[in-house]
Write a protein that binds this ligand. Sequence first.
Ligand SMILES: *[C@@H]1O[C@H](CO)[C@@H](O)[C@H](O)[C@H]1NC(C)=O
Ligand SMILES: *[C@@H]1O[C@H](CO)[C@@H](O)[C@H](O)[C@H]1NC(C)=O
Ligand SMILES: *[C@@H]1O[C@H](CO)[C@@H](O)[C@H](O)[C@H]1NC(C)=O
Length: 349
Amino acid sequence: MAGASAGVCPALPVTSPSLLLLLILCYLSMVTPAKAWRPWPHLGSNSSSSLGESKKYEGSSEFVQLRYHMGPVLTANITVHPIWYGQWTPAQKRIIRAFLRSISPVGDTTVRWPSVEGWWRTVAMYTDQTGDNVSRTVRLGAEKNDRHYSHGRSLTRLSIQHVIRSAVTAKTRPLPVNPRGGLYLLLTSAEVAVEFFCGQVCGFHYFTFPSIVGYTLPYAWVGNAERQCPGVCSWPFAVPEGYGGPRAGAPPNGEVGVDAMVSVIAHEVAELASNPLVNAWYAGADPCFPTEIADLCEGIYGTGGGGSYTGQLTVDERDGAAYNLNGVGGRRFLVQWVWHPELNYCYGP
Ligand SMILES: *[C@@H]1O[C@H](CO)[C@@H](O)[C@H](O)[C@H]1NC(C)=O
Ligand SMILES: *[C@@H]1O[C@H](CO)[C@@H](O)[C@H](O)[C@H]1NC(C)=O
Ligand SMILES: *[C@@H]1O[C@H](CO)[C@@H](O)[C@H](O)[C@H]1NC(C)=O
């Protein structure tokens, strides 16, 4: 999601149940624009039964018109710089670092398929106007701790840019400024409030304004929703109050909030790579409300996903963990799929 993004609903004849489902979801998201973030909390607690028949939905190629708008994609090696805002435990940081380290080909033959690296291959199919692909290399770069809430415990969209400014201009160990392949990932801990968090979004990406930060840098924010709205932003490891259906399973790394953040981080990094300045790959006619490659597949984690159904997941018999990707160090992650530019549907390894 870039900015306050929302879908643009197609005016097409409804020819199949899955089209109907998508139209319903789409119009619901128009009425409450940014609540399109998770597929079902706003549909009420009976959504699982009413949408349960349509398990074949994985997006439709028939009217999603993802277009290239001639802007850059991230073709240079990508370096992600996490900014840990607030209180983070070492265990929580290790989960997110391991995910970021799992994206690039590491030559580690012990990582089993389906892997995070295999998931990124779909993102790397997006190209710029010269035909260069999004980089297969995503590295974990220098990190910054902002333990003492430099801009308070309640952030706005604008103050987020000031947090990034503080990180790249710090007197001690500032983050390097890398406008070519650098991504700045602001991660807020469970007690930090962020404008539009929970009510409308679980994360977003954009680029910094030179007037505030001094540079145009692609950045994303993702928050830990464990205490504020787990049923919305920590789905599917938590469900909304009153929801009668089953949970997906246990979080694979033991952290409801952070394990769910991994998928939101994946969503934002995929969109930053394919649409860093919000003028490259997106669907919809209105550039103020672009629908990007991960927006199109939100809530879809496996075959058959859609509506309130995650799609087929692997559930580990030993600990009940639900996941769909393997990463370095034997880690397991649950990550939403992304839109495949040639197949024209949501795709995962
Ligand atoms: C869900 O369905 C039950 C039984 O059909 C009904 O009694 C209840 O009011 C419904 N709840 C919502 C939120 O629609
Ligand atoms: C980009 O990453 C690849 C693979 O890790 C590496 O071989 C290459 O030297 C890197 N290029 C630059 C310019 O850093
Ligand atoms: C680059 O993108 C093209 C077009 O999507 C795709 O066919 C090709 O496999 C991609 N190459 C790599 C190395 O990902």
